[in-house]
Design a protein around this ligand. Structure first.
Ligand code: GLU
Length: 424
């Protein structure tokens, strides 16, 4: 009984995304030779706001939602990062996500620190009108700490360009100016950028191509499993399918589909709903757990946190794992996969395409001059390839795993900026 309890608490700790993020940040700072106070500064967001948002629901009742906005560090520049709408949002998770955003900005060298927001809600159960009330209420509640030069929100899990449009409109009313640079991931007609919607998946695809080169795998004909069919998972499946890969498994929150001969991705994309649900239409589904252990060359967790753990890391058959979700692999699992010679491309690198194109969107808004799609694609490719190879080389020369190498690159810019400012 006692032993079980101890095992449970170790398991809980390994699933605690904030404490595992801190562990790697500390390790990265130590390897870079920074003193302890730098870690003390970076282990928590500098600012964390909790808000209560009243929304009149369609049945006439008023429901109060809880939301958060975390600003991890603004030494480099304004903070930047998405807002998620999900029933499982917690304060701890939002804090960890804001640290990851700082790391992503450092890795792809953007003039930002990290931020993140979340609202505890289930958008799948809410009407359009209720979602609009919630989005506008959230912006009113956090308006004092956000702004085009303070903190710039964006889409994340279960939020999209329509939600960004409502938020931008609400902020513009408060600010009494049209403020497209307040938020990214907007519809194109409101100052959104070409390529933003598919940017995370594009970045992941570039990392897959680079990782495949290192492993001597041809993406054309490679067997790929993708967990999650949301923004990242759906665009990614299309890019890889069009590149000739065989997508042998995909999943949503309710189950997974498997076909060793390759799934018909165009058909599935056509049938998916706006939340990425598609498996409910089929009888012969498998579980998400079974999906991760399928025989394949490339595995892409593109759903939620803590999917590859010490319990299943030994059973993963892929030779490349590219994280498109934030935090899908625990630290224990990272160690096991690396020891097994599996090339693990960490979230803070592989999912940084989204914030990169968000940066392009913000620059275009600030300039009032808009770039063609090819220019965005080209700039994104250059940044992602460079970042991937820099981190891969550090992992090789310093003999560390790719996650630690990515954290070393990601943390350096904000640590230096904080020191120049005389903070630590
Ligand atoms: N939510 C995305 C992420 O986790 C994008 C953030 C942004 O575009 O600012 O990276």
């Amino acid at each position: 009984m006692v032993a079980d309890k101890a095992a449970d608490s170790t398991k809980e700790e390994s699933m605690d995304v904030l404490s595992s993020t801190r562990t790697v940040v500390k390790n990265a700072l130590e390897r870079l030779g920074y003193p302890d106070e730098v870690f003390e500064l970076l282990k928590e967001p500098i600012r964390m706001m909790t808000v209560r948002i009243p929304v009149r629901m369609d049945d006439g009742s008023i429901k109060i939602f809880t939301g958060y906005r975390a600003q991890h560090n603004d030494a480099v520049g304004p903070t930047k990062g998405g807002v998620r709408f999900h029933p499982d949002v917690t304060e701890k998770e939002v804090k960890a996500l804001s640290i990851w955003m700082s790391l992503k900005a450092g890795i792809v060298d953007l003039p930002y620190g990290g931020g993140k927001g979340g609202i505890i809600c289930d958008p799948r159960e809410m009407s359009f009108r209720e979602l609009e009330g919630l989005s506008r209420g959230y912006v009113r509640a956090i308006s004092q700490i956000v702004g085009p030069n303070k903190d710039i929100p964006a889409p994340d899990v279960f939020t999209n360009s329509q939600i960004m449009a409502w938020m931008m409109d609400e902020y513009s009313r408060i600010d009494e100016f049209n403020s497209p640079g307040f938020i990214t991931g907007k519809p194109i007609v409101l100052g959104g950028s070409h390529g933003r919607e598919s940017a995370t998946a594009k970045g992941v695809t570039i990392c897959i191509n680079e990782a495949a080169k290192k492993k001597g795998i041809d993406v054309k004909g490679a067997r790929v499993v993708i967990q999650g069919f949301g923004n990242a998972g759906s665009f990614l499946s299309k890019f890889l399918y069009d590149a000739g890969a065989k997508i042998v498994g995909i999943s949503d929150a309710y189950g997974a589909l498997h076909d060793p001969d390759g799934l018909d991705i165009d058909y599935l994309l056509d049938r998916r709903d706006s939340f990425g649900t598609v498996t409910k239409l089929f009888n012969n589904t498998i579980s998400n757990k079974e999906l991760l252990e399928l025989d394949c060359d490339i595995l892409v967790p593109a759903a939620v946190e803590n999917q590859i753990t010490e319990e299943n890391a030994h059973k993963i058959k892929a030779s490349i794992v590219v994280e498109a979700a934030n935090g899908p692999t625990t630290l224990e699992a990272t160690k096991i996969l690396t020891e097994r010679g599996i090339l693990l491309v960490p979230d803070v690198l592989s999912s940084a395409g989204g914030v990169t194109v968000s940066y392009f969107e913000w620059v275009q808004n600030n300039q009032g001059y808009y770039w063609p799609e090819e220019e965005i694609a080209e700039k994104l490719e250059t940044i992602m390839v460079k970042s991937f190879n820099a981190i891969f080389n550090i992992a090789q020369t310093r003999r560390v795993d790719m996650r630690l190498a990515a954290y070393m690159v990601g943390v350096r810019k904000m640590a230096e900026a904080a020191r120049f400012r005389g903070w630590v």
